[in-house]
Design a protein around this ligand. Structure first.
Ligand SMILES: Cc1cc2nc3c(=O)[nH]c(=O)nc-3n(C[C@H](O)[C@H](O)[C@H](O)COP(=O)(O)OP(=O)(O)OC[C@H]3O[C@@H](n4cnc5c(N)ncnc54)[C@H](O)[C@@H]3O)c2cc1C
Length: 449
């Protein structure tokens, strides 16, 4: 064991962990960042590589350097199963060079004084009198070290190595159920000429991407990020589905694979609490990705900023530690958690639709571009137009319309509960009430195998 003690140990140096370390180090906090990857591979991750520029602004980062992205995204287009109908979501973004973007964030943290232990796997968290005290780590696959800290941050992504071993804590699920993740496979392909550079395309199709979607994201004139994400628990291999997507596209017949790989992203509402005593959770370890499209880079950085800020306050006011850390929850809920929960209801609604119903909904424009943009940005509102309500009266597809109208009601109810996010004392009671709403919605409207 080393005698060295840190204020904070952050496990995982992905987008969330690197930004947490940066947020802490810039305030003079003694922080250790641990990642199982070797330093030069940190940031490399199977991803769609798309990032809305509003996320960068929200977390107060400067515009990323030129070498961290390959191209720009002008807007996103979401297509119906037949591709006949499409909705445009305005908003600029970047087609990232994911590895370099990650290295940039890591560099920002190290420049501010964060220390890095790369090629080091965090394993076991030890507790004394209910408080986490030290972390066991295996360095370079061999030597074991135990390092102490006041606070621990789980930024280990889907692995959630700390979350999976915390003692029973209301509002924190150690495991995420398979139905609440997207299992994805993507390829980076070299093509003769990408279609519509600057437009990131999302295709809804329950046959090719059950419970998810497939995407076509141009990176530059000749490079394409193409992939399929499906709902977990359906026993479907997204790699087979991507093969089918490519088989159907003539323009991709002569393309070649530059990189390929699979990954998992949790797509449920964020954890009810990002705090369990002196352990905090951010990014995929806290299920912060947008439940509808799985975009998780932005929310991982947002949760990093909120948790980082709360830890700084707690370190400066140890007597009121609990209250200061709880601010991570109230702030995150205000900024994003409430929207994430409301969108989780909408995610379940979408996953239960048939292709015919999606086609019908998009043809009739049941959801406006504005609603869709808000859903994409995670602002989570769904105000059904009078038109939908009129259609409800005796139309040919009453099922989907009634469900949509009920879904909008549940989304509002959930949002209201989150708008009254509780203090720590009333938290367990609040969790059971909110869980009850989700269970009820899921029982009545979610996809059943
Ligand atoms: C196929 C796919 C496509 C996606 N496309 C997009 C997209 O286009 N846009 C978008 O915004 N989001 C996308 N996402 C989601 C996004 O990639 C994640 O939400 C985001 O990377 C989460 O960041 P994070 O920092 O929480 O976790 P990660 O980026 O996963 O970082 C976790 C880090 O922890 C380290 N680690 C894990 N276990 C340990 C351990 N025991 N000890 C030490 N270190 C450990 C890992 O090495 C890693 O560096 C996609 C995800 C997938 C799988």
């Amino acid at each position: 064991m080393t005698d060295e003690k840190y204020d904070v140990i952050v496990v995982g140096a992905g987008t969330g962990g690197a930004l947490t370390a940066f947020s802490l180090a810039e305030k003079g906090v003694k922080v250790l960042l641990v990642d199982c990857k070797v330093e030069k591979l940190i940031g490399k991750k199977v991803c769609g590589d798309a990032l809305g520029l509003h996320h960068i602004k929200n977390v107060k980062l400067p515009y990323p350097p030129k070498d961290t992205f390959k191209g720009r995204i002008d807007f996103v287009k979401v297509y119906s199963p037949s591709s006949k109908y499409a909705v445009t979501v305005e908003g600029e973004g970047l087609a990232l060079d994911r590895h370099r973007f990650g290295q940039w964030l890591l560099g920002l943290a190290l420049d501010k004084g964060a220390e890095l232990m790369a090629d080091t796997r965090a394993t076991t968290l030890s507790y004394e009198r209910g408080r986490a005290t030290q972390l066991r780590m295996v360095c370079k696959g061999q030597s074991t070290q135990y390092i102490k800290a006041e606070y621990f941050v789980d930024a280990s992504g889907y692995d959630a190595v700390l979350r999976r071993q915390i003692p029973d804590t209301p509002g924190i699920q150690r495991d995420v159920s398979l139905e609440d993740v997207s299992v994805a496979y993507r390829e980076i392909r070299r093509v003769e000429q990408v279609e519509d550079i600057g437009i990131a395309k999302i295709f809804l199709d329950q046959e090719l991407a059950p419970g998810g979607y497939w995407w076509y994201f141009p990176q530059d004139e000749h490079t394409l990020n193409i992939g399929v994400g499906v709902q977990g628990g359906r026993n479907i291999n997204p790699k087979d589905k991507l093969k089918e997507v490519i088989r159907r596209r003539e323009d991709l017949q002569k393309s070649s694979i530059l990189e390929a790989g699979g990954g998992i992203v949790p797509t449920r509402r964020s954890l009810y609490s990002l705090v369990a005593k002196n352990v905090l959770f951010i990014g995929d370890a806290a299920c912060t990705a947008n439940p509808i499209h799985g975009g998780g880079i932005g929310p991982s950085m947002l949760s990093a900023r909120t948790c980082g800020g709360a830890i700084v306050k707690a370190l400066n006011d140890r007597e009121n530690e609990e209250e200061k850390l709880w601010e991570a929850n109230t702030e995150y809920t205000r900024l994003y958690g409430a929207k994430s929960a409301s969108l989780d209801i909408f995610r379940m609604f979408l996953q239960a639709l048939t292709n015919e119903e999606i086609e019908f909904g998009m043809m009739k424009q049941l959801i406006s571009d504005k609603d869709l943009a808000e859903i994409g940005y995670g602002t989570g509102s769904l105000t059904l137009k009078d038109k939908v309500l009129k259609l409800l009266k005796g139309f040919t597809k009453p099922g989907v319309l009634i469900n949509l109208s009920e879904t909008a009601k549940y989304m509002r109810t959930v949002k209201e509960e989150y708008d009254n996010y509780p203090h720590a004392k009333e938290f367990p009671e609040w969790v059971s009430k909110v869980e009850g709403i989700f269970k009820e919605y899921s029982r009545n409207y979610a996809f059943k195998k």
